[in-house]
Design a protein around this ligand. Sequence first.
Ligand SMILES: Nc1ncnc2c1ncn2[C@@H]1O[C@H](COP(=O)(O)OP(=O)(O)OP(=O)(O)O)[C@@H](O)[C@H]1O
Ligand SMILES: [Mg+2]
Length: 252
Amino acid sequence: MNTGQKREIIKVEDIKRDYVVGEEVVHALRGVSFTIYEGEFVTIMGTSGSGKSTLLNVIGCLDTPTAGEYYLDGISVRKMGKNERATLRNRKIGFIFQSYNLLAKTTAVENVELPLMYNPTISAKERHSRAIKALTDVGLGDRLNHKSNQMSGGQQQRVAIARALVNEPVIILADEATGNLDTRTSFEILTLMQKLHQEEHRTIIFVTHNPELAHFSSRNIVISDGRIKSDTYNDEIKLAREVLETLPKEEA
Ligand SMILES: Nc1ncnc2c1ncn2[C@@H]1O[C@H](COP(=O)(O)OP(=O)(O)OP(=O)(O)O)[C@@H](O)[C@H]1O
Ligand SMILES: [Mg+2]
């Protein structure tokens, strides 16, 4: 694959992460290296406990590795202070979690506006209109003022995706984003991810337990016991939309 012209969004070099628990040291990451270029849709797989979330948290600047170098959009994260790192995270990264992490009893628009609150260059008016646009883009234009507890799981996850996108991040990170959803809703979310990848050329890292999902991304990294086991490109990306069309509307 010729990636010579592309921008390096994520570059990790020999990343290690040890956790000290009492007398014991858990080696969650034992030296992980790779580069992810702009516009890639990468799935990360591996069994429970293999280190997927640990890796994603490092990439998302939510956690600091024990050793190794990490460059986000060309900037060394290791050399940054805490505040600088928090700003970088807010501006460059959109996070989507399994449990949605929306504010309860808060409307879709308010949840999506949240990441923009930390950006003083964006006015309240612009915040509002950007939130509405992001929600419309994920198909929730008719649920703008619904509160989190008044929406289905799939709708809540779409609010979380809109919230991840509203800041125009350079990368979208998803940790088991479809883990709590039924098959049909999972494929709706996957269809949305593929649209972001194929039509908007977004860079996406999508952690999942489900090996089937490797057919839908452009690259698949498998980790095992804190190390990369395989890293392969997919030339025949399956369309989630086509699978969605074969699934029954109502699950029995
Ligand atoms: N805060 C922590 N303190 C101590 N050990 C931890 C901590 N977080 C993770 N670990 C350990 O690090 C290893 C990797 O955990 P991690 O959460 O990255 O796995 P995972 O691949 O995301 O698993 P799952 O598929 O179950 O989500 C595990 O052995 C886990 O017990
Ligand atoms: Mg995990």
